[in-house]
Design a protein around this ligand. Structure first.
Ligand code: PEP
Length: 254
């Protein structure tokens, strides 16, 4: 999938209504000056509608931070892909490590969510990554490949179904301790080769892009985004800070 540099801001459970409104107005304005950068923001569910309205007609895209694997029904507290789309979402983050950690999300649940997102026409941003201990044990590549196989097993994307893989080493998320860019690149190559084993090379090229996520900000973003192996970044903390978020959009404009 040919791609501009991608900056995804995951605002997690941060920013109130006023802060969200102020930040999105500035992001929208900055993004309009950088047409070669794809900007995607994921605010809290309660602000999706209002942010979606602000973004109408703009090139900034909207993402949910999570979704459920059914379209409707008795699933208290969950939100569906059609609901996200109604609010203006084009993307959805799936399998974030915080959800795996605090809510015990499994690869199987992530697989079901991803299939549902694709069926409904959302682009899933699928998070994959190892823990610090797994990295120390030297099993990082094995762990990320196993996650990939468990999540993507049985899926054959159609021509129009785009998928974003976000390599997010768990030890780098929200810690201020980013992964070395070359190591991130190597791991993403491992993931891309595993995808090529599952699908064909042209399918991977056509349907997939890869992001790195984990303690990136405006001062480090260009070390990661190379337009070839790493197509963009998924950013938490720094994306909620105005200077950093706008600085990242500017930094990757070529
Ligand atoms: C994230 O939440 O996906 C993330 C990468 O967070 P941070 O940038 O704060 O490490």
């Amino acid at each position: 999938m040919a791609s501009h540099p991608i900056v995804v801001g995951n605002w997690k459970m941060n920013l109130n209504s006023k802060q969200t409104g102020e930040l999105i107005m500035s992001v929208k304005k900055e993004a309009s000056k950088h047409s070669s950068v794809s900007v995607i923001v994921a605010p809290s569910f309660t602000y999706l509608d209002s942010v979606g309205k602000i973004l109408k007609g703009s090139k900034v895209q909207l993402a949910g931070q999570n979704m459920f694997w059914e379209s409707e029904g008795a699933y208290t507290g969950e939100i569906s892909a059609p609901m996200l789309m109604e609010s203006g979402c084009s993307h959805v983050i799936i399998g974030h490590s915080e959800r795996r950690k605090y809510l015990r999300e499994t690869d199987h649940m992530i697989h079901r969510k991803m299939v549902q997102a694709l069926e409904c026409g959302l682009v899933p941003i699928v998070c994959i990554g190892e823990t610090f201990e797994q990295r120390q044990q030297g099993i990082k590549d094995l762990v990320v490949m196993q996650q990939l196989q468990a999540i993507f097993g049985g899926l054959i994307p159609t021509e129009k179904q785009n998928i974003v893989i976000a390599y997010e080493p768990i030890w780098a998320v929200g810690t201020g301790q980013a992964c070395d860019p070359n190591e991130a690149r190597e791991t993403i190559q491992v993931l891309k080769h595993a995808l090529i084993d599952m699908y064909q090379e042209h399918v991977v090229q056509q349907n997939f892009v890869a992001l790195y996520g984990g303690s990136v900000d405006h001062t480090t973003i260009t070390q990661y985004v190379d337009g070839d192996i790493i197509n963009g970044v998924l950013v938490g903390g720094a994306s909620t800070r105005l200077d950093s978020m706008l600085g990242m959009i500017r930094a990757v404009d070529t």
